[in-house]
Design a protein around this ligand. Structure first.
Ligand SMILES: *[C@@H]1O[C@H](CO)[C@@H](O)[C@H](O)[C@H]1NC(C)=O
Ligand SMILES: *[C@@H]1O[C@H](CO)[C@@H](O)[C@H](O)[C@H]1NC(C)=O
Ligand SMILES: *[C@@H]1O[C@H](CO)[C@@H](O)[C@H](O)[C@H]1NC(C)=O
Length: 429
């Protein structure tokens, strides 16, 4: 972890990235009196292809790590109050093979120590008494249930945050002028950013909150690398949606497949896989580096393409969880771009080798739920006020040159190993 001299409240701060990291940081720094904050992004928030949008995100407090378990409990308070319009407490059900699941075991230990509300069923079919609308065959599985959990409307939550930022006086630059091509340096110091249109934008401090795009701006693939995770959407008729209204969010930890109840007004069913995902191979300008990253110069959510095996994985998952819809046509599908980190910890730290540069990225596929409190934690790191435990967990490590590709995350993933897409697949994204 790196400590820097305090940033003055009047210093200009550029935040690159208008996802949950960037916006929550902007709002919190503004509340703390920083009065010259500008957020940059390729598109206006809610940014269509960021991993902070689309119709839903899981809200849960179950964690195998006490820090996140505590943060998730604080965040849940925020979801039940300030963001309650966007939060649906449908309940959260984790399924796993009876042979056991280490993530589930650790979550139970933490539930005990934090006085949680998790209920365990050695026979998953017992869950049907509480949630009779679950249409899956649950034989041979165990289940853990928390009624205090569910999902949030991601896009609407980001919209609220965006509006609060705007009303508080945060500046926004979007479009080609907000599309950051590289960091602008002067010796050891980062002094701003080079953008796709017009002069460079200068500032005293640059905060990189670019999620899956981060390793384009900095050589940090050892610390955070993009993985695309398959997501599919199915349009239900009101008649099809009706029996599923009281469905909880369900994840099968043994496959990584999870699904949500249909959206209340629009009856859209969403299924996804929390797995190891897919990588791309993208050359970095003026550098010998290749990284895994979504496109920078176009919309990654537009093509409605999934690799064949990803689509098959979602179909198999549907057949197990929601068999009636296993063959329903997709209304949309895409890869959701995680920024994976070796242990699933976020990367929130001053850059140890560059002045004027702070990182707030590495969501590792589990950051969105912290939306109500994330900015507070990040601002504490920015102001050197965070606990040593957090500074240590979220520190940015310089590459040693010995690392392989980032993979494992926090032990919650399942499914096939990370696969690098073939050129013809990547071309379809
Ligand atoms: C904010 O910072 C920019 C860049 O340093 C500067 O040009 C601008 O005048 C500042 N705005 C205010 C209101 O201080
Ligand atoms: C979770 O914690 C509560 C409170 O300590 C306890 O009553 C419950 O049995 C725990 N659940 C599991 C699955 O261990
Ligand atoms: C959960 O995953 C296991 C392991 O692959 C599988 O056997 C089972 O059918 C799945 N069940 C559901 C309901 O997803």
């Amino acid at each position: 972890m790196t400590t820097r001299n305090p940033v003055a409240k009047s210093d200009s701060i550029l935040i690159v990235g208008a996802g949950v990291f960037g916006l929550s940081t902007a709002l919190e720094l503004n509340k703390r009196g920083f009065n010259n904050i500008t957020v940059l992004d390729r598109y206006q928030p809610p940014v269509v292809d960021s991993s902070s949008v689309d119709i839903s995100r899981v809200i849960r407090v179950e964690y195998a790590d006490e820090l996140y378990a505590k943060m998730a409990r604080e965040a849940l308070q925020g979801w039940m109050t300030h963001f309650k319009k966007h939060y649906f407490q449908s309940g959260f059900v984790m399924l796993a093979d009876k042979s056991g699941n280490s993530y589930l075991e650790s979550s139970k230990t933490i539930n005990e120590s934090l006085g949680g509300e998790l209920t365990e069923y050695s026979e998953a079919s017992q869950v049907l008494a509480k949630y009779p609308s679950i249409p899956s065959n649950l034989d041979g599985l165990t289940a853990s249930v928390n009624e205090k959990g569910g999902w949030a409307d991601a896009e609407k939550s980001i919209n609220q945050l965006n509006q609060e930022c705007s009303l508080a006086g945060v500046n926004f630059i979007t479009g080609p002028r907000g599309r950051v091509l590289s960091l602008r340096r002067n010796g050891r110091r980062v002094v701003g950013v080079n953008v796709a249109q017009g002069d460079p934008i200068l500032a005293s401090q640059v905060i990189v909150a670019t999620g899956a795009w981060s390793n384009r701006l900095l050589p940090m693939a050892h610390a955070s690398s993009a993985s695309g995770q398959p997501v599919g959407f199915i349009q239900l008729t009101p008649e099809e949606a009706e029996p599923l209204r009281k469905l909880p969010v369900i994840i099968n930890l043994s496959t990584g497949i999870f699904c949500f109840p249909p959206t209340p007004d629009t009856n859209i069913l969403k299924v996804a896989r929390h797995g190891y995902g897919y990588a791309t191979r993208v050359p970095i300008e003026d550098s010998p580096r290749f990284v895994s990253s979504p496109k920078r110069d176009g919309n990654n959510a537009a093509a409605s393409f999934l690799p064949l095996d990803a689509e098959q994985g979602l179909r198999d998952g549907l057949r197990q969880l929601l068999p009636a819809f296993a063959n329903s046509p997709w209304m949309d599908r895409r890869l959701c771009w995680y920024s994976d980190t070796p242990e699933g910890h976020f990367v929130v730290d001053y850059h140890p080798a560059a002045e004027g540069l702070f990182l707030a990225t590495g969501g590792a596929g589990h950051a969105f739920k912290f939306l109500p409190v994330l900015g507070r934690y990040i601002a504490d790191c920015f102001e050197n006020k965070a606990s040593p435990e957090i500074r240590q967990k979220w520190r940015f490590r310089l590459p040693t040159g010995k690392e392989g590709m980032v993979k494992s995350g926090d032990g919650s993933r399942s499914g096939p190993p990370l696969r690098v897409l073939a050129g013809h697949e990547q071309a379809k994204l």
